[in-house]
Design a protein around this ligand. Sequence first.
Ligand code: SF4
Length: 363
Amino acid sequence: MTDRKINIKSYTRNELRQVVAELGEPKYRAEQLHRWLFSNRVDNFESMTSLGSKLRNKLSRRYFIPSCSIERQQHESSIKEGAGTSKFLIKLHDGETVETVHIPADERNTVCVSSQVGCPLSCTFCATGYMGFTRNLNASEIVEQVYLANDHITAQSSANHVTNMVFMGMGEPLLNLSSVMEAVETLANQDYELTLPQRRITVSTVGLVPQIDSITQSGLKTKLAVSLHAADQEKRSTLIPIAKEHTVVNLRNALIRYAELTEEPVTLVYMLLEGINDSVQDAKNLATFSRNFLCKINLIDYNSIVNMKFKSVNEKKRDSFIRVLVDTGLHVTVRKSHGASINAACGQLALRKKQITASGRIN
Ligand code: SF4
C-alpha cells in the first residue's frame, strides 16, 4: 500500500538530506540514497544494500518509490531503418500521462521532454495549450523521461544513448523552474549511469521575463531557446496570450541581459504561419528584434493540426522571409519538422494524446 506513504522521489536532493537527518543518519546517506533512486533506479528499498537494514526499514515504513513507464509508443517510418522519430506516452505514478519524443539525427539522439501535465498558457497554435493544466512534474518525472527514452535507444543499439535533451514537450518549463533545475543537475551528474552535460540541454520558453532573469543569474550552463513567433507586440499577444504581460520590449531586454552575462547565444524559434507572421514586414520586425545581441534564428514549419485554423507557408514565402534575415547578417537555420507524421512536432503534443486516451490506441 502506498497511499499513506510519501513519494520519496518527490524530494529534491536537499530535502533528501533533511529526510536522512531526521532519521538520525549521517549526511553521506543522502548521497547514497539519491544515487540509488536516480542512477541505479531501484524500485524498492530492499535493493539499497549500501544503506544498512535499519535505515532501509525506516525508509520503507514511511516512503514509497514511484515508477513511470512507457504506456504506448509510436515510431515514424524512416528511410534509414530504425532511425525515425519515436513518441512515447509516459504514465506517471498517479495515472497522469505526458509525452516524450526521441529524435535521432546524424550522430545525435535528442530527447524532447515534458515539464508539465498540460499547460496553462493557451498559446493559440499549440495542441498542449488546448488541454488545460493539470500539474507540474517533479524533477524525478523529468529525469525518468530521459532514462526511459535512453532504455529504448540502447535496446535498439547498445552503442547508442541519449546525447541531447530539449525541454520542448508538454508544458512551459519556466513555470516549473525549480524542478527543471533540479532535473538538469541530476542529469549532469558525471558519476551517474546517464550523464548529459548541461551544454547539451536546451531549456525552451515562450518568454517569461523574470524567470529568464533567474536563469541568467543562476549560473546554469544550459542553452536557452525562446519561442518568439512574432516580433511585434500586438501580433505576439494574439498568438501567445502571456505576451501581454511579458512584453516584446521586456523580453528583448531580458535576452540582452542573458546574452551579455552568459556570453551564450539565444535561439529565437519562429514558426511560420501562413498569412499570420510570414510577411516581409514580419521578417523586418524579427531582424530588428534580433539586432545587437548574441542570437540565432531557427525557423520551423507548422504542421496542421485538426481543428486549428493555421497553415504552413510554402517554400517561396519561406525563402523570401529568410532572405530578409540573411541580408541583415543574421544567422538563420531552418528546422525540418521531425515527427510530423506522428504529431510529435513542437506545439503538437497532447491533442493527439487525448485522441489516444479516447480510443485507447495510437495509430
Ligand atoms: S506553446 Fe508551450 S507555453 Fe504555449 S501553450 Fe503550448 S506548451 Fe504551453
